[in-house]
Design a protein around this ligand. Structure first.
Ligand code: GLN
Length: 189
């Protein structure tokens, strides 16, 4: 049985748990270092506030172990703030985090009025619902990165090997497609 660890120090982690449970996957919450002993087949970095999450990761001594796991090939899904945590470079912020994924990300990229919106758009070949909340977008991708979704001329989902990142919140819709896609990466590892 597949087990997914969900970073649960801050932000929207419960919704990921609910979707994965719907899909018959076992999950556990990562709140402190000893939680990592449980062992996982995949990791979810949820939405929330990336600066706060980054600080908590360091305070809780979770930063380096998680970075090592991702660099070692552990499949990871980063949504919204989670995507910011993965980015190699942030265009408008000096706080960079794991830097494991070869993408450049702009935080709070849609401005205040457009901070939150909902749309249906293609993810790969499949149209799925997408909820954006004070979302970032990907302004640049490296050569090894596959672009999976573009909304309003902006890259909002991409994959680099074991790392999948979305600017939107797939866990805040009734579609399970994106999580199923992530689980296919986990199974094929
Ligand atoms: N604006 C948040 C940040 O920069 C991300 C928003 C989200 O995760 N919904 O961290």
């Amino acid at each position: 049985m597949i087990t997914i660890g969900i970073l649960a120090v801050q932000g929207a982690f419960i919704e990921h748990k609910h979707i994965l449970e719907k899909l018959g996957v076992k999950t556990f919450e990562i709140r402190q270092l000893r939680d990592l002993k449980k062992g996982m087949d995949g990791l979810i970095l949820p939405g929330g506030e990336s600066t706060a999450m980054g600080k908590l990761l360091h305070d809780l001594n979770l930063f380096k172990p998680l970075q090592d796991l991702i660099q070692g090939g552990l499949p990871v899904l980063g949504t919204c703030a989670g995507m910011i945590l993965l980015a190699k470079k942030l265009t408008n912020d000096s706080h960079i985090h794991f830097q494991t994924m070869d993408i450049e990300v702009e935080r709070n990229a849609y401005g205040r009025q457009l901070g939150s919106f909902f749309t249906n758009a293609l993810f790969g070949e499949k149209e799925i619902p997408m909820t954006f909340i004070r979302a970032p977008y990907i302004s640049k991708v490296g050569p090894g990165v596959e672009v999976l979704s573009v909304v309003n001329d902006r890259i909002v989902a991409a994959r680099e090997n074991n790392q999948l990142a979305t600017a939107f919140h797939p866990e805040l819709t009734d579609s399970t497609y994106l999580h199923e896609y992530f689980l296919s990466i986990v199974k094929n590892r």
